[in-house]
Write a protein that binds this ligand. Structure first.
Ligand SMILES: Cc1ncc(COP(=O)(O)O)c(C=O)c1O
Length: 308
């Protein structure tokens, strides 16, 4: 394959039929989103939001892009903004992985830190303050922009249907902004009303009504209910512990040669739980949003869970 622009490599990633012990002879299929050039599912979002804003005349060569992000959206946006030589300022709570921050800078973005204790809400507030100060700035604002679910409705959803060409019993995915879950789920439902929708969060996220607290799983977990979930019928919300997620991260590498990040570990743990509940020989689809390689400084393979 010959390409002229890395942006051509976004999407159309492989889907793996996981070869592991799965309850009731079900299959878990995982879309491998770490194969995007920026290394995560969020390349789809960065490309979609920048291209759309450019076409609609919301941004021009003089525009500064500002966005609050845990990191992967920042990388996706910085990659997309490069094409138009746009300045990019990313507002990142300090706690998020060094690797992601190094990559954002490598792409030419500037990082503004907010305090970890203020969470993503602190980053949103800071982004809005900066946007008020900087002339000709544009905040895509993934947390409420309808382009966020739309990006996945038009890419990830159709790809999954094409990859499998058979009925899907359950779609299991994590929520950070909730955009990838909502957009993909809406597309899958439009093709098959029987598909169960299963959203995954870490312990410390509030979807199941739990108390908000910090967690090691990175990229998913919400501090407020995503507006994209307002008109959705979600069948199950599974809350996964750090320990359960990191156990799957380790096993995926040892047993299947897969370098998956902690949000992927969480959705894999949740998919295995669903296999117990669903009828035998179910088709379960999930999404591995990024790779463990961007969490090595956080000892992703060095947790205290027992040896395999
Ligand atoms: C590693 C990882 N997994 C999952 C997600 C979930 O994405 P969304 O914001 O679409 O809910 C993200 C978002 O940043 C992420 O970085």
């Amino acid at each position: 394959m010959l390409v002229k622009d890395v942006n051509q490599l976004i999407g159309n990633n492989p889907m793996i039929d996981l070869q592991m012990e799965i309850p009731k002879q079900s299959h878990i299929y995982a879309k491998l989103e770490m194969f995007n050039p920026g290394g995560s599912i969020k390349d789809r979002l960065g490309q979609y939001m920048i291209e759309k804003a450019w076409k609609e005349g919301k941004i021009s060569q003089q525009t500064t892009i500002i966005e609050p992000t845990a990191g992967n959206t920042g990388i996706g946006l910085a990659l997309a903004a490069q094409k138009y030589h746009l300045k990019t300022i990313l507002i990142v709570p300090e706690k998020f992985s060094q690797e992601k921050q190094i990559l954002m800078k490598a792409l030419g973005a500037k990082i503004v830190h907010t305090e970890s204790k203020d969470g993503i809400q602190g980053a949103i507030k800071k982004a809005n303050e900066l946007a008020a100060e900087i002339r000709d700035s544009y905040v895509p604002m993934q947390f409420k922009n309808a382009d966020n679910p739309a990006a996945y409705y038009h890419s990830l959803g159709p790809e999954i249907v094409n990859d499998l060409q058979k009925p899907i019993n359950a779609f299991v995915a994590g929520a950070g902004s909730g955009g990838s879950f909502a957009g993909t789920a809406a597309y899958l439902k439009s093709k098959n009303q029987a598909t169960k929708l299963v959203v995954v969060e870490p312990e410390g996220s509030i979807l199941n009504g739990g108390m908000q607290h910090s967690h090691r799983i990175e990229g998913i977990g919400v501090e407020f209910i995503p507006p994209f979930f307002a008109r959705m019928n979600i069948d199950h919300t599974l809350t996964i512990s750090d320990e359960a997620a990191f156990k799957q991260v380790k096993e995926a590498a040892r047993q299947q040669g897969l370098f998956i990040g902690s949000s992927s570990g969480a959705v894999l743990a949740a998919s295995l739980q669903m296999a117990e509940i669903l009828p035998a020989e179910s088709t379960i689809v999930t999404v591995f949003a990024d790779s463990s390689e961007r969490y090595l400084s956080q000892q992703i393979y060095d947790t205290e869970s027992e040896e395999l």
